[in-house]
Ligand binder design. Structure first.
Ligand code: NAP
Length: 269
């Protein structure tokens, strides 16, 4: 049985990621606006649309006690101030679900003493109802709440060791940007080999989307899908000899990139 999301939900921070979570909830429908309380210093369009549909926006502290799940989606630099504001205004069994990169469970447990805590590293792709999210929880209640929020709108991975969160951040948290950088490079290469700007744009983006769909729908391994595109002596094989050159190709480049993100994630923590 799917994990049930304890409601109402208090979302603190409706910026890039918080708004993506709200959009995902709207698509999937596992939390409707009246299940939501939203706090944001300068609410954006998504938070305002939720408020128009019945969510409570920036209501006073005495209302927060109703929340059973509290999603912390502010920048890591700002969370201590949020914890101070929440202190004494949450019900004892409210569960803290933090999506903040690098903020350790032990720090959250200290700030929210007595509350169950989960850390989640989602992608902004949750806005489409099909994101990715890594979860580390300090117990069953926290895992249920984190899964309750994210499993309906993301492929979830439950980590058994919190230190793996740095790797998850480096692979999937930052990962969408690597893919966008790849598309940007493919567009640029298309232009430099003779395509118009708009044709290069459409072909590069369409290629990513159709390849991702096949990966998703067939469940086949990347190597098998590559074999289906790259015939011996053909154009794809010629490109792959450059792209995947042993010792100086994509594998090495991506490993170095992920290692850099992993190192930074540890530093931020
Ligand atoms: N963006 C991503 O792809 C992504 C992915 C994984 C994890 N994360 C994590 O998600 C968290 C949020 O990132 P983001 O990119 O969404 O940042 P963001 O766009 O800056 O959103 C944070 C929001 O929180 C608001 N806020 C700040 N302090 C607040 C307070 N005391 N009370 C209420 N609202 C407050 C901010 O308002 P103001 O703008 O007025 O300050 C802003 O709207 C970060 O901790 C980040 O590590 C982000």
């Amino acid at each position: 049985m799917a994990d049930v999301l304890p409601k109402p939900v208090l979302l603190i921070g409706a910026g890039a990621l918080g708004s993506s979570i709200l959009k995902g909830m709207r698509i999937v429908g596992h939390a409707v606006p009246t299940d939501l309380m939203i706090l944001d210093l300068q609410p954006g369009d998504e938070a305002k649309a939720y408020a128009a549909d019945g969510a409570q926006l920036n209501t006073p502290p005495e209302t927060w006690e109703a929340a059973r799940t509290v999603i912390l989606a502010v920048k890591p630099q700002g969370w201590h101030a949020v914890a101070a504001i929440l202190h004494g205004n949450l019900r004892a069994d409210a569960i803290i679900v933090s999506v903040m990169a690098g903020v350790q469970t032990s720090s959250l447990q200290q700030a929210f003493a007595g509350h169950a805590v989960a850390r989640v590293m989602p992608t902004t792709g949750v806005a489409t109802g099909k994101g990715v999210a890594s979860i580390y929880a300090d117990g069953e209640d926290a895992l249920t709440a984190a899964n309750g929020v994210f499993a309906p709108m993301a492929a979830t991975v439950v980590l058994s060791d919190e230190s793996q969160m740095d790797s998850a951040t480096a692979v999937s948290g930052s990962g969408p940007a690597y893919v966008y950088a790849f598309v940007r490079a493919l567009e640029k290469a298309g232009r430099e080999t003779g395509l118009s700007r708009s044709h290069a744009r459409d072909l590069a983006r369409g290629t990513l989307i159709s390849a991702a769909r096949l990966l998703d729908q067939t469940g086949e391994e990347p190597d098998d899908l590559i074999r289906k595109v790259a015939s011996p002596g053909g154009t794809t094989e010629a490109a792959l000899k450059v792209l995947c050159a042993e010792g100086a190709g994509l594998d090495e480049l991506l490993l170095a990139a992920v290692q850099a993100a992993h190192k930074r994630s540890k530093e931020l923590g």
